[in-house]
Every structure is written in C-alpha cells, then in structure tokens.
Design a protein. Structure first.
Length: 294
C-alpha cells in the first residue's frame, strides 16, 4: 500500500517516543477518571477485588517502553502489504503482557489496552513516518487495514472447540460462539466506530461546554457504554446483564439525565452487582489517545 493512498501528506512528524508517551498518558488518564461505573478509579476499585488504582499505575509504568516499540514497528514497516505489520505487533504485545503480569503479580489490568493502544500506536507511527495527516479517522482506518481478517482468523476453529469441550474456549471465543459478538477484535477491524462516531464527538462537545477533562471523560464513558456490546460484562455475567447496563447508559443520555450524581449512583449499583464494563474502559483510553494524537 502506497502512503499516498492513506491521506493528505503532512510535514509534522511524531516520534515513536512521543507516541509511546501519549499511550502511557491515555492509560494513566483512563484509570484516573472518576467516577467510572463498575471500574477502578481514584475513589474505589469498582467491581474488582484483586486490583486497585495503584495496581493500574504500576502496570502502566511497566508498559511505557512497549508502546514506543509498537510505534517504532510502524515507523520501520516498509512492506507493501500492511497486514504483514500485525504479526510484528502481536509479538510485541505478547512481551508487553508478560511485563504487565510481572508488575501486577498475575493480574490482568491492561490486556485490552495493550491490544488497542499497541495497534493504534503502530498505525500512528507508520502514518507519521510517511508524513500522512494524523487524524483519528486516518489512524483508525489504517488500524482496520492492519488487522483485516483478524476475526475470521482468530475465531476459526472455535466452533469445533465448543463442540468438543467448552472449557478450552477463551472468554472471547465463548462470547463469539454464543452471541456472535466479536469484541475488541471486531471493533478494531471495523475502525473503532464506537470511538469515532460516539466517544470523540461527545468528548469534544463536553470540553467545548467548559467541563474539565475528568468530567468530560466521565460523561464520554457513558456514551461508550451506551453503544458498545461489552464482552467483559457478558463473560463475567451474561448477555442480558450487558444489555441492561447498555440501556441504562443510553437512557441517561436520551433523557438528559447525565450528571455526575447519576454516574456515582450507576457506579454504586454496578459495584453492588459485581459488574465491570471493562471493554468500555479500554475504549475510553483509546478515545483519549486519538483525541491527543492530533
């Protein structure tokens, strides 16, 4: 794929170090946003008993260099077939997960963000090196091309595994088989439509209204929860629970009831029910990263 096919050329170049720093910033900002229904924030551990705010800080710090490496992989990629970048990214991702587990004592804090922010960092690195205009749309479109076919490939054979013994299925495979939901892989392959069409417009709107960054992101999270089919809720609970959470978030927006007070109430209810919309939290980090990468 020629770089000219991806968009307007731009003389501004972001270094891999800068892109990696933005990814780290996105992780730290995401965990710091308060309140976040059912998720770890500065007030509480959400619907989690094995992790807290400082667990996420330690994990993010351990991952800092990994995101610079993702971006550098994009910078250094010069093949014509952009999909060949994916195996390189995944190799870096495997090592990043090891660092995360070492820092947290085996607790999964950032697996979803390693995938998405790693993919997007590589895309940003590629675009910047080729002096292509860095916009959220260009970054996500390239990410989509990098992981084209990922769902078909990764879920191949899942039905056979399901027939033989369900215990060998991953959580993602189980959700796909039982509900046809592709999760973060599908979101990435589609170019992160929830982020582009819902989250970023909401974030820009709330900031333009004078909200501080914390509150604007807290409100933005509700927009994400109203749109995304959260596989974390489905795997920990069930599909009906995920739909109830999604509809409650949508109701707050549609009926002009979206306030910090309502989000705090939402948080208490999800904690009590042990419900964690972790997928939405990951997309909040993605939204902030794309907002900052302009």
């Amino acid at each position: 794929m020629r770089s000219e096919e991806l968009g307007v050329r731009n003389e501004k170049t972001l270094t891999s170090h800068y892109i990696g720093t933005l990814a780290l910033e996105a992780m730290l900002i995401e965990v710091s946003v308060t309140p976040k229904p059912g998720l770890v924030d500065r007030n509480n551990s959400g619907a989690h008993r094995d992790m807290g705010f400082f667990t996420f800080i330690k994990s993010a710090a351990a991952l800092r260099d990994c995101f610079e490496e993702f971006a550098r992989a994009g910078e250094n990629f010069n093949e014509n077939e952009i999909k060949n970048l994916l195996p390189i990214i995944r190799k870096i991702g495997i090592e990043a997960e090891k660092k995360m587990f070492e820092a947290t004592g085996g607790i999964n804090t950032h697996k979803g963000e390693i995938f998405s922010l790693g993919l997007l960092s590589a895309a940003a690195g590629y675009l910047s090196k080729n002096k292509i205009s860095l916009t959220p749309e260009k970054v996500t479109q390239l990410a989509s091309r990098i992981c084209a076919g990922i769902c078909e490939k990764d879920f191949a054979g899942a039905r056979e595994k399901y027939k033989k013994d369900k215990k060998f299925l991953t959580k993602g495979e189980r959700v796909y088989i039982e509900h046809g939901i592709t999760g973060i892989r599908g979101e990435a392959e589609a170019g992160y439509p929830v982020v582009i069409n819902a989250a970023l417009p909401a974030l820009k709107k709330y900031l333009s209204q004078g909200l501080n960054l914390n509150d604007a992101l807290a409100f933005t999270l509700i927009h994400i929860m109203a749109e995304a089919k959260d596989t974390n809720i489905i795997s920990r609970k069930d599909f009906d629970t995920a739909e109830k959470v999604r509809k409650r978030a949508a109701d707050l927006i549609l009926n002009n009831k979206l306030t910090l007070e309502e989000i705090y109430k939402f948080d208490r209810d999800l904690i009590k029910a042990y419900i964690s919309p972790g997928g939405a939290g990951d997309l909040l980090a993605v939204s902030y990263f794309l907002f900052r990468v302009l």
